[in-house]
Design a protein around this ligand. Structure first.
Ligand code: ZN
Ligand code: ZN
Length: 331
């Protein structure tokens, strides 16, 4: 199996001119097929709607609005705790900085726990997320980028999620971009059943909401807690993450002259725990720290720093640059 896996670097290096040669090696032919199958830009999606995702997104948005009629301080607290574990710990610290870019190392059991937190964000399993994001870095704001604002602001924000081919289920294809994860049966399992932890958490919230409510108000208590803890906080988390794809490729400051339109956005950084320092990130993708100046608030990095102090994270990569002459990594 391993002989058929092509690394993202090999795929990127196989230029189209090279691929047209008749004496193509088997590896180059496979690389070409992967490039063709995985073209993720808007023009390759043929205007199709991914109905399962579109319906799920609609239900979550309706639930998010409904939650506003069930406010309580307890529901707000549950939503904030769930948001922190799904978006900061799960997406920022794990899916992005650990699994996609390997900006630090952590024990396997910890990696699986953090990945389970990531599934709580309803952003798909780790293989889908990591592969899609590696394609984004390979083609940023060029042809094949899954979500560049060049294809429209709405497309970059949410259009790409509800349109196009259902790549979530094409684990074998996506696995070409995440061979490190497809080799791991736990990551394969979590990718297949990525909806399960979120569902279990939802039922636990229903039980807790009912248990905490006064007799006679148990249905309202249960409904309110699951609407806040699952529907509202998931919807807000999705938009915060999507803003990294839309807003930080459109608005903000550029410290580094990268080959894309990435920008540093303080307000997206506040919503996502540091992911908004996106120009810093495109310039230094492996760095576990995205906020590179003291005033660039980066709570996800502070989490990784805390893990390292507790002996749970090692080999933490931190970008170094000259503020007077900032250059992207490798330049
Ligand atoms: Zn980007
Ligand atoms: Zn990235």
């Amino acid at each position: 199996m391993s002989s058929s896996i092509i690394s993202p670097e090999e795929i990127a290096q196989s230029s189209s001119a090279e691929l047209q040669q008749p004496s193509l090696s088997a590896a180059a032919k496979t690389a070409r097929k992967v490039r063709e199958d995985l073209r993720m830009g808007r023009e390759h999606q043929e205007g199709r709607v991914n109905w399962i995702t579109a319906i799920a997104m609609t239900i979550f948005h309706i639930g998010a609005v409904a939650a506003l009629f069930f406010f309580s301080w307890t529901n707000l607290a549950v939503a904030m705790i769930m948001y922190f574990f799904a978006i900061n710990v799960g997406i920022g610290m794990c899916y992005h900085r650990l699994l996609t870019h390997r900006g630090y190392k952590t024990p396997r059991w910890m990696e699986y726990f953090l990945t389970t937190c990531g599934t709580m964000a309803l952003e798909g399993g780790p293989i889908f997320w990591v592969a899609t994001h590696r394609v984004h870095h390979q083609n940023s704001d060029h042809e094949g980028d899954p979500h560049t604002p060049h294809d429209g602001t709405w497309w970059a924000h949410a259009g790409w999620i509800i349109s196009g081919r259902a790549l979530h289920s094409e684990t074998a294809l996506l696995g070409r971009y995440a061979p490190d994860l497809t080799r791991d049966p736990v990551h394969v399992w979590l990718s297949k059943y990525h909806w399960l932890p979120l569902t279990i958490a939802g039922f636990l919230q229903i039980a807790l909401g009912a248990a905490l409510a006064a007799p006679g108000h148990r249905v309202v208590g249960a409904l309110g807690m699951v609407l806040w803890g699952t529907f509202l906080r998931t919807t807000l988390g999705l938009h915060a993450t999507w803003l990294v794809n839309s807003a930080t490729h459109l608005w903000g400051k550029r410290r580094f002259e990268t080959h894309d339109d990435s920008r540093n956005s303080w307000w997206v950084a506040l919503l996502t725990g540091g992911e908004g320092w996106h120009n810093n990130h495109h310039a230094h993708p492996v760095s576990a720290r995205h906020g590179l100046a003291w005033y660039e608030f980066d709570i996800n990095y502070y989490g990784i720093w805390l893990m390292s102090k507790l002996g749970l994270a090692r080999k933490v990569q931190i970008a170094k640059f000259d503020p007077a002459n900032p250059k992207p990594a490798g330049m």
